[in-house]
Design a protein around this ligand. Sequence first.
Ligand code: FAD
Length: 424
Amino acid sequence: MPSAVSISSPWRRPTSPIVCRFADGQVDLLIIGAGYQGLSTALHAARAGLSVQVIEAGSLGDGASGLNGGQVIPGLKQDPETLLALFGEQAGRRLLQFSAKTADAVFDLIGAEGLEVEHQRSGWIQAAHTELALQVAVQRNRQWRAQGADVALLNQADVALLTGAEGYRGGFLDRRAGVVNPLALVHELARIAIASGAALVLNDAATSLRKDGALWRVETLSGHSLRASKVLVATNAYSQGLVPNLAESLVWLNSFQIATEPLPASFDFILPSGQAVSDSRRILVYYRRTPDGRLVLGGRGPMRVPKRTEDWRHLERAMHRLFPMLGAVRVEHRWFGRVAMTRDALPHLHEPQPGLLMVAGCQGRGIGLMVGLGEALARYCRTGEPDDLPLPISPLKPIPLHRFRRLAVAANVTLYRALDALER
Ligand SMILES: Cc1cc2nc3c(=O)[nH]c(=O)nc-3n(C[C@H](O)[C@H](O)[C@H](O)COP(=O)(O)OP(=O)(O)OC[C@H]3O[C@@H](n4cnc5c(N)ncnc54)[C@H](O)[C@@H]3O)c2cc1C
């Protein structure tokens, strides 16, 4: 008999109140979506003197920013040499230097603003499960060291000691990385954006967006009609039909997570130094400890909306494979959210019409990226100078045969899971 699931995450938000309001009259910048992208841009734009309105369809943290695993990892999925080859020396170096500092953007903000966000900066391990994956780690380590990054190569014994997990050959340690309470970070970004003058409205979706003379006009579900000089559509994996081709330029996948009950001291050998981990499998799992001692573990899940506890069973199996001693430990939280993927596995910045901006496609690594991009997006809204942007502005193109893409991805996930199982 399948068991109905109660969906919850272990992330708690700070108790400070968030005061919502509509701005008076037209604004310089209207932002649709209150995740890290929308709120970080709102913060920097408001501090630069722009009038800013943010509207969010749900509650704070209902999107990926409140649901993620809290692993703050610098860099993109591509290694430095790949970025330089893809974008050329000038644009590639700008993107590389920006991406190298995205974890700094998060931890510096928390420190400088005294944000009430639980965090720990002990690094991130990419644990290699095969010899081939270890060779990738060797290259990654070489390339980031050449950029002066604080990274290291780990041998089998190092990884076993740092993770407490079974079965890895070695790995890559990035000491720039760390973990945060992701929901608290959304809440605190909203709080300081509002304190800096931005207006925020929750539970009111943008339903239409159109040009109105020199301005943009946005209608909301509650019947409000807002006018702005510029609009940032910060809806990412939760994009729907507001901007033609935006949702069709992405494939969103469900990322699932589980959190155990707080583990007793006898399990202190699991991640004893507090690193976050992702492994090198095609369908990777990622995990970390929370300050109250839970193990949080995530990975791909079914493409449909989950309904039963069994939909998270693959994660429990992964946890028991890595940590067989956790057999009797209870899973207390199960939840999921959407991750936006692009065809080239790069995030994209679009401006399909002047003054209409959007960034989408974090490939599951968006905390540092989106918090860090906020400052550059705000600067661009003020100056209109594209050289201020770490990402080039690219055309907004739908993926061909988009409606079949998710089926193709689902088939690939099944295939990759089978290949991963063979390599155990
Ligand atoms: C389960 C999971 C685990 C992840 N783990 C990690 C991790 O460990 N490390 C990492 O770096 N990244 C991780 N990510 C990715 C990361 O969370 C995202 O890249 C990042 O949060 C994206 O931020 P965002 O502001 O662009 O989008 P979101 O946070 O998704 O915000 C978009 C917002 O737009 C709102 N919206 C949509 N349509 C409308 C509308 N019409 N009107 C108004 N509002 C609208 C949505 O309600 C939503 O709140 C994970 C993602 C998921 C789902």
